[in-house]
Design a protein around this ligand. Structure first.
Ligand code: MN
Length: 291
């Protein structure tokens, strides 16, 4: 039986509610996917999204834009607007800093998913990088429109540069639809409903719920009676124990503490130029797992 998990709600910056499905108390990761935030749909009022400069290590941030626009700046000097149907992929590696904001010219609604991918041991200290993917493969199957955000599916490959075996799909139905997707038996999967309602493997799924499937399944039936949008994430179970705190993915508490000290002292992450606001300081590090 698949495992049904509830996301918890938290706020991003000032007053924007997000549903955080990963990490979850009973499920920390799906493959290398270690973080899943679903933002909106929400009216873009006031300043909109304002996330000041903050650091990352040991992960890739993977932004999937559904409605509205977000402007990205980072310490490599990248400046990139992301629009609906596009992906921003930032590889933090040994360390990067970035900011995200609603641009002056913007739509009335913001709707997006932000995911993190843990980097495996051999890659997690690599040089930071940023990539923007304006076009992802999209195909239709049984009245579902399927976008391949990461990895490969049904012969369609995403250009997104990732470092472990994984897949990320968006499935969109304009009305009633029913299909069966082939799954890889060596992958575990997680499906999160972003809007509407759908039934997966006989289990009804509501917005904010994540349905987890252990490795071994080779097919997944997905049906809906009305418009629906969902994310399907998959990957080989991540074999390394990761430690995730604030914006850092590491292996040991000492690494987390060093990154926190370095960022708060202004060392080692470079500068994000042009953001109209203050950088975010890391809070005091609590007692971490392994301490
Ligand atoms: Mn970030």
């Amino acid at each position: 039986m698949p495992q049904l998990l509830q996301s918890h709600t938290t706020t991003l910056g000032e007053g924007m509610t997000i549903r955080r499905a990963l990490p979850n108390r009973s499920r920390r990761m799906v493959g290398a996917w270690c973080f899943l935030d679903h933002l909106g749909p929400v009216a873009t009022t006031g300043d909109g999204l304002r996330v000041g400069p903050h650091p990352h290590i040991g992960l890739q941030t993977f932004s999937w834009q559904i409605e509205g626009e977000v402007f990205h700046r980072d310490s490599l000097g990248s400046e990139q607007l992301i629009r609906p149907g596009q992906v921003n992929l930032m590889t933090a590696g040994r360390g990067i800093a970035h900011s995200e904001e609603t641009p002056a010219e913007h739509g009335t609604t913001l709707h997006a998913a932000q995911l993190w991918i843990a980097l495996p041991e051999a890659e997690r200290r690599r040089e930071p990088a940023f990539h923007h993917y304006p076009n992802l493969p999209v195909f239709d199957q049984d009245r579902w429109q399927i976008s391949v955000l990461a990895g490969e599916f049904n012969g369609h490959s995403s250009p997104a540069l990732v470092y472990s075996p994984l897949v990320g799909l968006e499935l969109l139905a304009a009305d009633a639809a029913n299909t069966t997707l082939p799954l890889r038996a060596d992958f575990e999967y997680g499906a999160m409903l972003l809007s509407g309602s759908a039934t997966l493997a006989g289990q009804a799924l509501e917005v904010g719920e994540l349905l987890y499937f252990e490795p071994g399944a080779t097919a997944l039936e997905i049906s809906t009676h009305a418009p629906a949008r969902l994310l399907l994430l998959g990957g080989q179970p991540f074999s390394e124990e990761v430690l995730l705190w604030w914006n850092f993915v590491a292996r040991t508490p000492a690494e987390i503490r060093q990154a926190t000290t370095d960022w708060n002292a202004g060392n080692g992450f470079g500068e994000v130029h042009g953001y109209p606001g203050e950088r975010l300081l890391a809070p005091e590090v609590p007692k971490l797992r392994g301490e």
